[in-house]
Design a protein around this ligand. Structure first.
Ligand SMILES: *[C@@H]1O[C@H](CO)[C@@H](O)[C@H](O)[C@H]1NC(C)=O
Length: 394
């Protein structure tokens, strides 16, 4: 009798350990929940996207970090119950026990879902409500042509790859819940839509970002213009003063240091690079031109001074050696040629200053015109010709 019982127990244990296929489970219990059936029409899942923060906009890396809360709700008549069987109006269940849409973000570098299996709230009628909070860092193609007053649209696309568009459709709504205002980039608009012609159910949240430009204007534009003005003022120093050369060279050197740090601070791109880079390069060219002019004019003057024919420098020594030896006779024509040369060089310097100011004025006006009117179309993305959507073909 005992042997018989042992055999029976062993048999039962063996049958319990036998792996059951999911289909068996599906037939007997509800461990493998499937998407609620809606006949020939797809199941409608309403999604409310509450965007609570956009906390890091990195233009050098082309990424945006944001945190949001998804409220998904759908109707599953199979989950309803009668008042007589269970008196409560709502129950909560772990989402592992239910079918839930599994979402993948296309642009994400990383996603952090706050809870792996959040609890779902089910009403007696079979209405399911599920909240999922996430933080994500996504890629965004910023339009930086007009940096630092740039505006860009960044989209975050959610795909449910385990269902087809015939089974499931999203109805998304975006809700702006951003309360922090202390940001360099502010969110000017927020919308959610379903892209057309998708084979996989999906919805897209678009953030419209705008740069407030305060930091960049303070840190880049103001010093750049200040250096240019200082250079113009430096040109007013007399040409003979050696301070003018050292002033200009110091200015050029400091601008070079500023320029290299600025180029590192600005992002680059294959198309539509920031206009500001061209502007600062133009400033660099103008400053070098002005420094070269000062050196050249100073050189011309000095040449005149040291040249043996017209130079007055050897003359005093000759004068000192033999004062009676017709010194004053040569002095007169020498002085006049020297003065002529001096006035000529000074006139040239004056003309250069006027031209320089005119060039600066014109270049600023041209830059403003280009800034306002220039349109730049980014190159089409490499995948432009491939129809959008579809499961990844591995
Ligand atoms: C089923 O499909 C119809 C038609 O598209 C839709 O109006 C209805 O809301 C859907 N039902 C569910 C439960 O999604």
């Amino acid at each position: 009798m005992a042997i018989l019982r042992l055999l029976l127990e062993l048999f039962l244990l063996g049958s319990a350990w036998k792996p059951l296929s999911c289909l068996d489970l599906l037939m007997t219990t509800d461990i493998c929940p499937q998407i609620p059936d809606n006949g020939s029409a797809p199941l409608i899942v309403n999604v409310h996207v509450f965007v609570s923060n956009v906390f890091d906009v990195d233009i050098l890396q082309y990424t945006v970090s944001s945190s949001m809360l998804l409220k998904m709700s759908w109707f599953d008549p199979k989950l309803s119950w009668h008042e007589n069987t269970y008196p409560r109006n709502f129950i909560t269940l772990s989402s592992d026990l239910l079918w839930t849409p599994d979402l993948t973000i296309q642009e994400a570098l990383w996603v952090d879902w706050r809870e792996q299996s959040p609890r779902a709230r089910i009403s007696r009628e079979g209405f399911v409500e599920l909240y999922a909070a996430l933080t994500t860092r996504t890629n965004c193609d910023f339009e930086l042509l007009r940096f630092p007053s740039d505006k860009s649209d960044c989209s975050i696309s959610f795909y449910a790859f385990s269902n087809t568009a015939e089974e499931l459709r999203f109805h998304p709504h975006a809700v702006n819940e951003i309360v922090s205002v202390k940001r360099e980039y502010t969110v000017r608009g927020l919308k959610a839509q379903v892209p057309h012609q998708q084979l996989v159910p999906c919805f897209q949240v678009t953030l419209s970002l705008e740069n407030t430009a305060v930091k960049t204007t303070m840190a880049l534009v103001v010093p750049g213009v200040a250096v240019l003005l200082a250079d113009v003022c430096g040109s007013l120093l007399p040409l003979k003063a050696t301070e003018r050369i050292s002033y200009k060279v110091t200015l050029l050197l400091s601008y070079l240091v500023f320029h290299s740090s600025l180029v590192q601070a600005l992002p680059s791109s294959s198309s539509c690079s920031p206009l500001l880079i061209s502007y600062f390069t133009l400033l660099l060219i103008l400053l070098s031109l002005s420094t070269m002019e000062t050196v050249l004019m100073y050189g011309l003057l000095a040449r005149g001074n040291f040249s043996p024919k017209i130079s007055p420098n050897p003359a005093p020594r000759q004068e000192g050696l033999d004062t009676t030896n017709a010194g004053p006779r040569y002095e007169e024509p020498q002085r006049t040629t020297e003065e002529q040369r001096k006035t000529w060089v000074e006139a040239m310097d004056h003309i250069f200053l006027l031209t320089y100011v005119a060039i600066i004025g014109c270049s600023q006006i041209i830059f403003v015109i280009v800034w306002v009117w220039w349109e730049c179309k980014s190159d089409p993305p490499p995948a432009k010709n491939i129809p959008h959507g579809g499961k990844p073909k591995i």
